[in-house]
Design a protein around this ligand. Structure first.
Ligand SMILES: NC(=O)c1ccc[n+]([C@@H]2O[C@H](COP(=O)([O-])OP(=O)(O)OC[C@H]3O[C@@H](n4cnc5c(N)ncnc54)[C@H](OP(=O)(O)O)[C@@H]3O)[C@@H](O)[C@H]2O)c1
Length: 300
C-alpha cells in the first residue's frame, strides 16, 4: 500500500476542493468523498478518485474506508451553516458529532493520522485573538457540535490534529458555497445596496492559505490543536469596504449595521480572531494580507 493515500470528507465543499487539488498536486493519492455527487472540477486520474460517503451513516463510512484503506484522513465534512444547525439540532448532532465519531472509528482501523477541521465558533467571542488553549464556550449549537467533535477527536487512538479556522474567503474552484467576498462583489457589481455587520471581529482566512497550512500539517504529521487564519483583524463591513475600494465600486452602497439587525437564529460570537503564533513557529505559516488575497481572487 502506498504511504500517501489520503481520504478527505467534505471534498465538494469550499475548503475540500482546494485540499483535493493541493494534495493531489503534492503527489498524494486522493480519495475525495462527499455526501452528494462529485462536484469537483477535476477529471479522474490515477491519483484522484471520488466516492459518495454519508458521514451520517456508519455503513457508508465503513464501506468507503474498507474499499480504499486510506492511511491519512482529513475530516472537513459538516453541517456548516450556523442557522441550519440551530434549526435542526438533531441533524447537526448526527452529522457533526456522531459523524465525526464514525469517521474516527474507521480512521483508527485503517489510518495512521487524522486531521479534523473546527471553528472559531467554539469560543464565546468575549476575548478575541484566541490561543489554542483558551477555554471553549460556544454560543451556537453549531459551535457546540464542533466542541463535542473536538472532544471525540481527543480520544483518538492514532495521532490527530485539530485545525480551527475563522471566516474563510476566496474564489471557490467550482460550485461550492458562496462566501463574503463573492456575495459583496456580486451585489456591488449589480449596484445593489447592502447592510454588513460591523460589530463582529474576525481574522479572516484566505482559503488557499488554509489549504496549504493543512497540507503542511499532514505532511509533517503534526499533532495537537492549530489556529489557522489571517493575521489582520477585520469586521465583515471593513472587508466589504476594502473589497469595494479594490473593485473601484461605490462604497456608499455599503451600510454598517450591528449583528442584531439580522434576526439570525444561531448566535454568533462578537469578537473572535486567532493568535496564529503556534502555526507561525511550527510550520512557518505566513498568510497573505487581505489586499494580497483580493489581488489573487480577482486576477484568477
Ligand atoms: N467556511 C468557513 O468560514 C469556516 C469557518 C470555520 C470552520 N469551518 C469548517 O471548515 C470545514 C469545511 O468548511 P467549508 O466552508 O468547506 O464547508 P462547506 O462548503 O459547507 O462544505 C461542507 C461539506 O460537508 C459535506 N457534508 C454535509 N453533510 C454531509 C454528510 N452527511 N456526509 C458527508 N458529507 C457531508 C457537504 O457535502 P456535499 O456537498 O457533497 O453535500 C459539503 O460539501 C467544516 O468542517 C466547517 O465547519 C469553515
Amino acid at each position: 500500500m502506498t504511504q500517501k493515500k489520503i481520504l478527505i470528507t467534505g471534498a465538494n465543499g469550499f475548503l475540500g476542493q482546494f485540499l483535493v487539488r493541493d494534495l493531489w498536486q503534492k503527489g498524494y493519492e486522493v480519495i475525495a468523498t462527499g455526501k452528494g455527487e462529485n462536484r469537483l472540477p477535476f477529471t479522474y486520474t490515477e491519483r484522484f478518485t471520488y466516492d459518495t460517503l454519508d458521514i451520517g451513516k456508519s455503513a457508508s463510512v465503513h464501506s468507503v474506508f474498507d474499499k480504499h484503506k486510506p492511511n491519512l484522513v482529513i475530516h472537513a465534512a459538516a453541517i456548516t451553516q450556523v442557522d441550519d444547525a440551530e434549526r435542526n439540532t438533531e441533524l447537526a448532532e448526527q452529522i457533526n458529532v456522531q459523524g465525526t465519531a464514525e469517521v474516527l472509528v474507521d480512521a483508527e482501523t485503517y489510518a495512521e493520522y487524522i486531521l479534523f477541521i473546527s471553528t472559531d465558533f467554539v469560543f464565546d467571542g468575549n476575548k478575541g485573538m484566541y490561543e489554542e488553549e483558551d477555554d471553549l464556550q460556544p454560543l451556537s449549537f453549531y459551535g457546540f457540535t464542533k466542541m463535542q467533535a473536538e472532544a471525540i477527536m481527543s480520544t483518538a487512538e492514532i495521532p490527530y490534529s485539530i485545525v480551527r479556522t475563522c471566516l474563510v474567503y476566496g474564489k471557490p474552484l467550482s460550485g461550492a458555497r458562496s462566501n463574503i467576498i463573492q456575495w459583496v462583489s456580486g451585489k456591488l457589481q449589480a449596484n445593489e445596496a447592502i447592510k454588513v455587520v460591523n460589530d463582529q471581529v474576525r481574522t479572516p482566512t484566505y482559503v488557499e492559505d488554509l489549504s496549504k497550512a493543512i497540507v503542511q500539517l499532514v505532511e509533517q504529521r503534526l499533532t495537537g490543536i492549530y489556529h489557522i487564519s489571517g493575521k489582520e483583524v477585520f469586521t465583515p463591513y471593513e472587508m466589504a469596504v476594502a473589497t469595494a475600494n479594490y473593485l473601484g465600486a461605490d462604497t456608499s452602497l455599503i451600510t454598517p449595521v450591528d449583528a442584531s439587525t439580522f434576526k439570525e437564529v444561531g448566535k454568533r460570537p462578537l469578537k473572535t480572531g486567532f493568535s496564529i503564533k503556534k502555526a507561525e513557529t511550527l510550520i512557518g505559516f505566513q498568510p497573505v494580507s487581505f489586499q494580497e488575497a483580493l489581488i489573487k481572487i480577482f486576477e484568477q
